[in-house]
Design a protein around this ligand. Structure first.
Ligand code: ZN
Length: 233
């Protein structure tokens, strides 16, 4: 029971890599997705195909992969007037944060995840938050996650461990981690089946996958893939 993990799994590149990371380590792994009216809801539709794809990569991953959960959080979408939930142009505001920032999103996600993990008897909560190559979202910072771990453990009288395997990796290193975990088959699965584009468009198939090719999420993914492939050559 103590080796169980709950992975925040959106269907994007980062959370799919985190899911593979958890399947490599823990005996029982369940997944959780949030529907908060995000524009890139297409990523949620990728989740089932990705879970099937990961289970097909290794027999032990198939054995370890447990239940999938979805939590609807329409209130988060209603509260946040951002480019992730509204049909407006993505740009940077005066605070230096892009208007894709949904205030407190990861704090809300991790709190709901902990409540679910409590009920499911899972000790580890795994998320793709990253401080290295990120857009400056303050709730992705290592300090935020560590503070939240303390708060959740006090508030739920538990010993949850919030684990963020991508925290200190850049996007090229995230691709390399996927290769370490599942070889070129996992890299191919991530290219084909994950969704990262903020605009929620599958768009054209690029070397790094599908997307509009122009939004900040596509840009980050494309540049990371370029550096990853250059380092391998
Ligand atoms: Zn895009």
């Amino acid at each position: 029971m103590s080796e169980g993990a709950l992975v925040l799994f959106s269907g994007g590149q980062d959370s799919t890599t985190c899911l593979a990371w958890a399947l490599d380590r823990y005996e029982r792994v369940e997944t959780l997705g949030f529907d908060y009216g995000q524009r890139h809801r297409v990523e949620l539709e990728r989740r089932a195909a990705l879970r099937d794809g990961l289970a097909a990569l290794k027999p032990e991953w198939r054995e370890r992969l447990g239940e999938d959960h979805t939590i609807a959080l329409p209130a988060l979408g209603e509260l946040s007037d951002t480019a992730l939930t509204r049909d407006v142009e993505i740009k940077f505001g005066e605070s230096g944060l892009p208007n894709t920032f949904v205030p407190g999103r990861n704090i809300v996600f991790l709190t709901f995840a902990a409540a679910l993990a409590y009920r499911r008897g899972l000790k580890r909560i795994v998320g793709g938050m990253c401080e290295t190559d990120f857009s400056g979202y303050p709730d992705c910072r290592d300090d935020t996650i560590k503070a939240l771990q303390v708060a959740l453990n006090l508030g739920m009288e538990s010993r949850f461990s919030l684990e963020t395997p991508l925290m200190w990796l850049d996007k090229a290193q995230t691709w390399a981690l996927a290769e370490d975990l599942g070889g070129s088959a996992l890299v191919e699965l991530i290219v084909e089946d994950t969704h990262t584009c903020y605009l929620g468009t599958r768009g054209a198939r690029h070397a790094w996958g599908y997307g509009c090719g122009a939004c900040p999420a596509c840009d980050l993914r494309a540049r990371g893939f370029e550096r990853y492939t250059a380092a391998r050559a």
